[in-house]
Design a protein around this ligand. Structure first.
Ligand code: NAP
Length: 315
């Protein structure tokens, strides 16, 4: 029996684990792949206070080491949670190893859900068929494959702008297709985009189809103001149009907003006693590493307070 199980080892889950471990709560983190969450998809982090510019891998490695150094915390990676049974005071978390398909099942008194979100697909004609053949949702993973090639990138938020800048390390040209006449991403990134000679903005435009024989060869776009259609020749299409919450496995018993983000109060408590949620799987307006970490700390603190109450009942 664990005091706390945390599902997800991104910044929110790891921070929650650090706080639980320092409170001497017996804690297990269950992660479906490797720790780090969405930080794994990016290269450099420049807005984490106290760390002017961090290599993503180094930042994750440090967070994981900080977590593993705590004697009361265990990390189980490559385990996929499929089911949660909630019987008032006891919560049972079960699933399968993604490596050998072996079943696992653990019980806890408090549960913290920190499963984050994953890149959204656009649903374009050709998108699914060309995944791994030119269509990508991860610049760090696939950028090096496009050395001296032309790339189209779709999206105008912080992720799109950061990844467009990163891709210029490899690509000959990056054409950034955005559906409005203004980018959404932060001013500092917009300035860098404007000053980068390898990036060309294609504004007021939406992609309609990805075309090619065996691999991506071009993308069809439509100007939303004139309705005029056109094509851009390219070897890669990188899509950064936001994220979708990883919350399917709790859909049946927690409260969600219309986009399937978990609703909590300001202490990260869901409507079910003993279950907390933090980070990008939770309904909130500002999704940053630093806000995910803050929520992780709050979720751990709320879980600890809850456990104090529960334990009093059994004393
Ligand atoms: P986002 O801010 O939601 O931006 C998504 C972008 O995709 C927007 O430009 C949006 O266009 C566009 N888009 C959405 N659906 C589309 C569609 N069907 N067709 C064409 N374009 C579409 O997502 P994000 O950039 O992934 O960022 C997610 C969160 O993480 C944000 O809160 C962001 O600030 C944060 N983040 C922060 C940093 C950082 O601080 N360095 C880095 C990465 C992410 P519109 O603009 O027209 O809506």
């Amino acid at each position: 029996m664990y005091d706390v199980i945390i599902i997800g080892a991104g910044p929110a889950g790891l921070t929650a684990a650090i706080y639980c471990g320092r409170s001497k709560l017996r804690t297990k983190i269950i992660e479906r792949s490797q720790p780090g969450g969405q930080i794994n998809l990016t290269d450099v982090i420049e807005n984490f206070p106290g760390v002017a510019s961090a290599n993503s891998k180094e930042l994750i490695d440090t967070m994981v080491k900080q977590t593993k150094d705590l004697s009361d915390v265990e990390i189980d990676d490559f385990k996929m949670v499929r089911n949660i049974k909630y019987n008032g005071d006891i919560i049972e978390v079960s699933g399968k190893s993604v490596i050998d398909e072996n079943d696992f099942s653990h019980s806890c008194k408090a549960l913290i859900i920190a499963t984050g979100a994953q890149p959204r697909k656009l649903g374009l004609k050709g998108e699914d068929g060309f995944i791994g053949k030119g269509v990508s949702y991860c610049a760090v993973c696939d950028g090096p494959l496009f050395k001296d090639k032309d790339i189209v990138l779709i999206g105008g938020g912080d992720t799109a702008l950061e990844e467009a800048l990163y891709l210029t390390k490899f690509a000959r040209k990056v054409q950034l297709v955005h559906r409005r006449d203004k980018l959404r991403g932060s001013g500092i990134l917009q300035e860098r985009i404007k000053n980068n000679p390898k990036i060309e903005l294609v504004l007021n435009s939406v992609a309609t189809e990805i075309l090619g024989k065996d691999v991506v060869e071009k993308i069809r776009i439509r100007d939303v103001k004139t309705n005029k259609e056109g094509e851009i020749n390219c070897s890669g299409v990188f899509i950064f149009v936001g994220f979708a919450a990883n919350t399917q496995f709790v859909e049946s018993f927690l409260d969600f907003d219309s986009e399937k983000y978990i609703i909590t109060n300001e202490n990260m408590a869901t409507g079910k006693k003993g279950i907390f949620a933090c980070g990008d799987c939770r309904k909130r307006s500002f999704r940053q590493i630093v806000t995910a970490c803050g929520e992780g700390a709050q979720a751990a603190h709320s879980a600890e307070q809850y456990l104090t109450e529960v334990n009093k009942r059994y004393d």
